[in-house]
Design a protein. Sequence first.
Length: 338
Amino acid sequence: MDRFAADLPQAPLAVVDTEGRPLAGRFAGRCAQIDWAALRGEWARSAWYRHFHHKRWQYVGIAAGRCFIGCAVVDVGWTNMAFAYVFDLERKSVVGSVSCDGLPGLTAQLADVPAAGAESKFRLFGARIVFSETEPGQFRLQVRGPGGLAIDAELDGTSAAPWLFASNRVEGGTWHATHKSPSLVTRGVAHADGETYSLDGAHSGLDHSNGLLARDTRWLWASAHGQGMGFNLQSGYFGDNENALWLDGRLIPLGAAQFEFDPNHTASPWRMRTEDQLLDLQFVPVGERREDRNLIVAASRYVQPVGHYTGWVRASATDVPRPVSGLLGVAEHHESRW
């Protein structure tokens, strides 16, 4: 724990201080309060502005060897949406999925911060996604969808490495904050397309984000978690703020990430590197999930390849690189007008 403490300061209790100023930086642990209405002075924004620019989402990714599960509940202020899918690595395709546009103020509920007792959920007709922290460090995911899609998973973070909390300004918007979890040991079961997938021994990663963002927001993202190792990379609207490596129980901040890929052929190999030379990985997709939405006043173009990472990582520039081989995870190319 002493080694870890030297890497990042402890997360603040609130992202906005007592004088209404947002706190900037990368921190270890979880922030207890995110309230953008508390901003004052040059940072203050009207209720009308917050209604249209406040974006929150809870994402869960589960790497289970034979399958990968991606799931999210998203609240963009004036509307909400949710999706979940099961990707079969052997069949190289999505075998079960649910994706819904919700009704403002009715179908989705998102917590402002990930905390014990908090829920993020979506319900619409036969679709149901519920993610909750039942006890400190203990999480539960339940999904129901068409075609017999059912996911029941328990995620254990009680002995996991520290979380990353990042907070900073965003171009075209105001301020953004995000929590990224380390690898969480997972157990449970998923049913899709007549198949049963055991999630026992799987590893999961959580992304809880909350900010006042620009109407047009774009990003590249990469994430993977396994035994004793995991990472999160982003290039786009939030700069290098959320780039982090988890290695042997230690949280290590990373520098700016470079993504090399063909946006017209996202199923081809990608390469991700960080400028501090702590990470150099190749990502080979097995398949991908993509979705294009056009709601007239809003639009989203999204592709999330699923595949394996190979290469190396290290805790410092003087350390010997640690090999990475076959680490299951995802990459993402996302453009939103919201």
